[in-house]
Design a protein around this ligand. Structure first.
Ligand SMILES: Nc1ncnc2c1ncn2[C@@H]1O[C@H](COP(=O)(O)OP(=O)(O)OP(=O)(O)O)[C@@H](O)[C@H]1O
Length: 474
């Protein structure tokens, strides 16, 4: 690569001698340029000599520059390649990126644009090789059940390790499906409490009126239906860790009881006036922005600061680079075993698609996609034809689609004036079901687009089922 004494070696493949001279002049003093004029000469030069960068014209007299790229990528995945074309169509650009080009330039371009593009490509490649070196140096590709060796996950592993021995409260934030529960579990398993219970309670999955009794338990007769006393999660977690997931869903009145419990370590079961003392470590999680919840008055400020002693942020999957493929391969192995399949790997094209997708439902969505590909199919390799429908629809614009249009919005259909007005929960049901249909049943994705958590949808589905049952019983 570029050293102060030595210029980076660049192969320029351009059929027109005069144009090649102009380009070479543009790069004078920046790169050590070798020029070839045909596709076959380019292939030979690339197999016999070392280059740090290649600039490939698409229109060549013998074979197309894209063919050269294909041959090159079969042997060398790492060499940065910029494709230049006079025929600026989106298709050529997309095809160049799909075949492994790092960037493309449309003729005509001036010296500044040319130099800028090449510098950017070199910078990006150098950065990603630096990241890879760091990732290899750390040599930690998983931590308990969490797969991943990206830098943001290394940071998560380090916080867990340093926080494990203390009793300080941990507050985990992150989008739905990023692995907050796995993180809480890893913290427990790494801690001296690991021989005692890890009790997880998802506040979003419990009806509001039962939440207090789920956490603190109740005595017989405390409310209608309480035919006998029952221990809550707090008591069951004695000596171990109590994980309260989706803490943002907890009603304000219960938040004050929780605060008292955290401060004093004591609580009263519902219907009882006896104080119970337990020793638990608290770990909480939310997929909302906790400070925003505090500002909006939905979350008690004093509780937030009491909980947020050790914050851990789970990075979204789209920011974990190659971890997407590491996790995909781990899921492939699991589903192979579960389903008696024998897939050996994932094709390069599918890998590219997985890497360029935005993953609004994060790791949970990746697991769903892999399961949907493994279960109904057979073969040695996962191919593009196995990808679910919503990936197939992006078929013609894989990498660019993710860059140009990262967010798909549910179409805003006008509501006809004579549409009947329904109770609010039914209107809400209609909107949520429309989003789920829009994403072919993909709940994490629908939830991400509606800006709510997937578990909120699951909880609402339980509620709708109960309403339907009530209606049927009438
Ligand atoms: N790094 C990872 N490696 C392997 N599997 C993972 C990883 N992160 C998450 N998963 C899996 O993804 C799914 C979602 O993880 P988890 O329930 O921990 O997410 P979450 O952030 O708590 O989601 P929510 O906010 O919706 O409750 C689980 O099946 C989990 O096992």
């Amino acid at each position: 690569m570029t050293k102060s004494t030595q210029l980076a070696k660049l192969l320029l493949v351009e059929d027109s001698q005069s144009t090649a001279m102009v380009y070479a002049a543009y790069l004078d003093g920046l790169f050590d340029v070798t020029v070839v004029y045909t596709g076959n000469d380019a292939i030979e030069a690339l197999s016999c000599h070392h280059f740090d960068l290649a600039v490939l014209d698409v229109q060549l007299p013998d074979i197309s520059g894209l063919e050269v790229l294909k041959v090159l990528r079969a042997q060398d995945q790492a060499l940065p390649v910029v494709v230049i074309t006079a025929h600026s169509t989106v298709e050529v650009a997309v095809e160049a990126m799909r075949l492994g080009g790092n960037d493309f330039l449309t003729k005509p371009f001036d010296k500044t644009r040319f130099q800028h593009t090449l510098r950017q490509v070199m910078k990006t490649v150098q950065l990603s090789s630096l990241v890879e070196t760091y990732e290899k140096t750390f040599e930690r590709n998983h931590f308990y059940s969490m797969v991943g060796s990206s830098l943001p996950m290394q940071a998560v592993y380090r916080i867990i390790e340093s926080a494990a021995s203390s009793k300080a409260t941990v507050f985990i934030t992150g989008e739905s499906g990023t692995g907050k529960e796995l993180c809480a579990e890893a913290l427990h398993r790494e801690s001296p409490r690991n021989q005692k219970p890890f009790i997880a309670l998802n506040c979003a999955a419990i009806p509001m009126e039962l939440m207090e009794s789920e956490i603190f338990g109740h005595i017989k007769g405390a409310f209608s239906g309480a035919s006998q006393s029952r221990e809550g999660a707090a008591q069951r977690a004695h000596g171990g860790t109590l994980f309260l997931d989706e803490i943002g869903e907890m009603p304000l009145a219960l938040q004050s009881k929780l605060l008292r419990f955290i401060q004093l370590g004591t609580f009263q079961a519902v219907g009882s006036n006896q104080e119970v003392t337990v020793d638990v470590r608290f770990v909480c999680a939310t997929n909302r922005d906790p400070l925003e919840e505090v500002r909006a008055g939905r979350f008690r400020e004093d509780l937030f600061y009491r909980l947020n002693v050790i914050p851990i942020h789970m990075p979204p999957l789209r920011e974990r680079g190659q971890d997407i493929l590491r996790i995909a391969n781990a899921f492939l192995q699991t589903f192979n075993e579960d389903e008696g399949k024998s897939f050996q790997g994932i094709s390069r094209e599918v890998n590219d698609r997985l890497m360029s997708y935005q993953w609004p439902g994060n790791v949970r969505e990746l697991a769903n996609v892999l399961r949907n590909m493994v279960v109904p199919n057979q073969g040695q390799q996962i191919e593009t034809s196995h990808l679910p429908d919503f990936f197939q629809k992006q078929e013609n614009a894989p990498a660019l689609a993710a860059v140009l249009k990262p967010v798909v919005v549910v179409a805003d259909e006008p509501v006809a004036a004579d549409t009947p007005i329904l109770p609010l929960w039914l209107e809400e049901k209609r909107i949520i079901e429309r989003a789920i249909d829009h994403y072919q049943g993909n709940i994490p994705k629908a939830a991400a687009m509606l800006d709510i958590s997937a578990s909120t949808i699951y909880r609402k589905k339980q509620f709708w089922a109960a309403q339907d049952a009530k209606q049927a019983g009438r």
